[in-house]
Design a protein around this ligand. Sequence first.
Ligand code: MAN
Length: 534
Amino acid sequence: MNRNFYKNTNFINIFLLIFVFFCEILSSEVPRPRGVSLSRAALYPPDKDFTCFDGSKTIPFNRVNDDYCDCLDASDEPGTAACPHGIFHCTNAGHKPLNLPANRVNDGICDCCDGTDEYASETSCRNNCIELGRSAREAAQRRAELIKAGKQLRAEMSQKGILLKQEKQVKLTELQKNKDEAEKLKVEKEALKKEIEELEGTALEYYKKLEDEAKQKKAEEEAAANRAEATEAFNRYDSNQDGWLDISEMKTRTTFDKDRNGEVSDEEAKFFLNLQESVQLDAFISDCWKIIKPFAMMEATGQRIVEKKAEDEKPTEAEDMQGTEDGEEQSQEDEEQEDYEDEEEPHDQEQTEEPEPTQEPLKIQYDPETQQLVDRANNARGEFLEAERHVRDIETEITNIQSYLEKDFGTEEEFAALEGQCFNYEDHEYIYKLCPFDRTTQQPKSGAAETRLGSWGQWTGPDGNRYEQMTYDRGQSCWNGPTRSTIVRVGCGSDNKLLSVSEPNRCEYFFDFVTPAACYEAPVDVHEDLHDEL
Ligand code: MAN
């Protein structure tokens, strides 16, 4: 059946070619002034005076094409460049006829493939209309065949797309039903939670008071411990024990050598005194201790490490000497080290044996009835959260499906099957990716991060052919420029394929993509352009 079909098609083509050939001979032989198309030949009867088409003037017929413009509408000079707005028609027998602005007649450039526009110039134009016509017809034929083959695939893609949308529609209806049920459940769970929480609240009132008291007690204990710790440190630093801690006393402590340059500067000492010259115990506790404490702790840990190292490695002679030179400093450090050891040991034990008291949550022992209420309330809260999450999940799914259903996948959903797929194109530097209805990207082959060249925007083909072009915008910002964007030309092809990528302007990309989905049945008439002549 297919073979018969092709036989018939060939026969029709041969017939058309012969028909066209005769018509062309016929049309080129109809007498008419130069530059006049066959359809207008009758407007120039040679046996009568010529009246301008706008009726403004009548002239003897021999003044038509006399290279002098008589008519304002240029109708008396169809074959010369005499009238500024004239139009010259070339028959181009064997190929497509052409209308040219009259000023291109005899301008030394061959515009018509039959060479008729250069009839009186020095340029000699070869008539290549037959070759051009043949290759144009062959190209049109190839395209017609491609479209014919693609049409079948397009129909399949369209069927798939329609099915996909139907499935999503069914899912949406189901989800909407589920959402109603989930919302009902959420309301029920909320009511249960509220009910049990009221009971729990009443039962816990008594314990709340206990809890607050315990919390307060704990806070007071912590404050007292902190105060004791600070007082102990103050007394240790206040070497002359005069009740004032001043800069000179601070400077004897390596703890305060913030920059570790071997000496405590005035600024460093002042920093730890909260920018005062000297402080008394109260000010030390309230303002200075919180600054000093982390350093004191760090120093304590550091000292132990130094000490351990010193035990492991026997000092060299040079180090021994150094040790004698720095004798004074060394003894200070020893003294401090002892101080820290005193205060650190119980602390270390605390850390290994039980958690810091400040981090330990207050544990209140409830009576069994209250405990049961608390457990039930916890349970009800958990169930409510779960019901709430379920509603949220359904809503997200509904939104996703709705935005899918709103997408324009073509008049017959023929582009829907492309969603969720990506197509690559590689040049020497990048791998480009087109993920229809989602994004376009550029990945450097060097392995650097992917750049988004645009997110799905809309169809932007010309009126009547909107599915010929897609726009992806809002891509990553171009350095010192706008955000990146991509135009995708969508043509007919037997496979889905990204054929090429270019960047006509900086950060504006152009992708050439073909797909059977774009194989529309265009009325391809290989001889359409000759109609005017026939
Ligand atoms: C990167 C690529 C190029 C783009 C420049 C702009 O190198 O995304 O395509 O032209 O940035 O700075």
